[in-house]
Design a protein around this ligand. Structure first.
Ligand SMILES: [Ca+2]
Ligand SMILES: [Ca+2]
Ligand SMILES: [Ca+2]
Length: 418
């Protein structure tokens, strides 16, 4: 009765048990004792450096208390001492790279034909399996940044580090070149500009049992000595040469930490983030540092600061690289060759466009005729605008909305709107 009821409710499970029984019998092809000790289970094929690996084997059969032993196992892997010997089954565990002699990367790779042997003193059962140890890979991910904006950190199912406060603005001082009409450098100017915090997501594939600290660095192809043909530095045709177009200037367009910024704090603002350290580069800007993921954390946020300048710029690109594991065990990419992700900064300067009074984008005008057009400036203007003219080779001119407006009105008969 009980069995009938059970079979109606759990026909699938009963089938599975039967299948396991027949598999177990098939595996031990010699003269069979039905009470042969048998191990159940298939341990995971992959293990990761610095990450706990554990598996609980089931067992049945045998006439007495079962004893277990591992053969051909990697040194990091061991059977757990069972205090309750009457229990059937056994747990094997270990941390590749750490347990069994802290062999680090020497534990990488595949071990084939590991055997878990169980015996009741008279008969033995065996369960062969393989384990392949891989790097616990760290990777980077970032959305495009927009000058003047701080993004939200999206929700995550992963174990997160303390979320950084991105709202608080920072401040950064830069020195820019001033140019004569021929593009030669006439002097420099110190500008102190607000910054907005952005972030790059740092993920660890698996939860590490130890703290993992990794060095990072901002990189850009921008090179002030890469001039247009016929020019030599310092010159505007070097600072803003064709080959530098679209490359962010580290320390000017973006930094890890602004020169006058306070260290990033947690979301409540109560304490400084303890997982990020910034370091100075050769130019004296904080464009590198170390990020530390505590044990178990698999997702963290590396705060950077985009300088909110008032230069009209194309979309600028740069890169963030993870360069070195300073402590713990993590792979920088699947082959541990390094991790690099592309970053981009979209400009937020107003864009000036001309249209007819009726909003048309095209018009025809007889020579000598006069007509009123609308110059439309996109974006908000709550301060002076540094207007750079249409071609990137000409110097940025400093002006402000009122003088721009009156200039345009008197000289061209245009009306400014916003
Ligand atoms: Ca910029
Ligand atoms: Ca801006
Ligand atoms: Ca800008």
């Amino acid at each position: 009765m009980g069995a009938d009821f059970h079979s109606r409710i759990h026909p699938v499970r009963q089938l599975a048990v039967l299948a396991l029984l027949s598999l177990g019998l098939a595996a031990c092809k010699t003269e069979k004792d039905p009470d042969q000790p048998t191990i159940l289970g298939v341990p995971p094929v992959f293990a990761y450096l610095g990450v706990e690996y554990s598996y609980n084997f089931g067992a049945y059969g045998g006439e007495d208390i079962l004893d277990y032993s591992l053969t051909n196992a990697p040194s990091w892997l061991a059977l757990e001492d069972t205090s309750n010997k009457a229990r059937q089954g056994i747990i094997m565990r270990g941390v590749p790279g750490l347990t069994g002699g802290s062999r680090g990367e020497a534990d990488l790779g595949k071990t084939e034909g590991i055997n878990l042997v169980t015996t009741d003193g008279r008969m033995a059962g065996a369960q062969p399996f393989d384990i392949d140890v891989k790097y616990n890979v760290m990777s980077l991910d970032a959305e495009p940044f927009t000058e003047g904006e701080s993004p939200e950190i999206p929700a995550s199912n992963r174990e997160q580090c303390t979320l950084p406060d991105l709202e608080t603005e920072g401040e950064h001082s830069v020195t820019i070149n001033l140019y004569n009409d021929d593009g030669s450098v006439s002097g420099t100017r110190e500008l102190t500009l607000p910054t907005r915090r952005v972030f790059v997501k740092v993920t660890l594939d698996q939860p590490s049992v130890t703290r993992v600290a990794v060095a990072f660095e901002l990189l850009s192809d921008y090179d002030a000595s890469s001039c247009d043909v016929g020019f030599s530095p310092p010159h505007q045709n070097c600072d803003h040469s064709a080959s530098n177009a679209g490359d962010a200037i580290l320390g000017t367009d973006i930094v890890g930490l602004g020169s006058n910024s306070s260290m990033p704090r947690d979301e409540t603002g109560e304490s400084e983030l303890d997982y990020i350290d910034y370091e100075l580069d050769e130019q004296g800007f904080y464009t590198r540092g170390v990020i530390t993921l505590e044990p178990g954390i698999t997702e963290c946020y590396l705060p950077l600061e985009v300088v909110e300048d008032s230069f009209a710029e194309p979309v600028e690109s740069l890169r963030l690289a993870l360069t070195e594991v300073r402590s713990g065990l993590a792979g920088l990419g699947s082959g541990n060759g390094g991790v690099v992700t592309n970053l981009s900064i979209q400009d937020n300067e107003p864009v000036l466009s001309l249209e007819t009074v009726n909003g048309g984008g095209r018009d025809t005008l007889n020579v000598g005729a006069v007509r009123e057009y609308v110059a439309r400036l996109s974006g908000d203007r709550d301060r002076d605008i540094l207007r750079s003219s249409a071609t990137p080779k000409t110097p940025p001119h400093v002006s402000n909305p009122s003088s721009l407006s009156s200039d345009w009105k008197t000289e061209t008969g245009l009306r400014m709107t916003n």
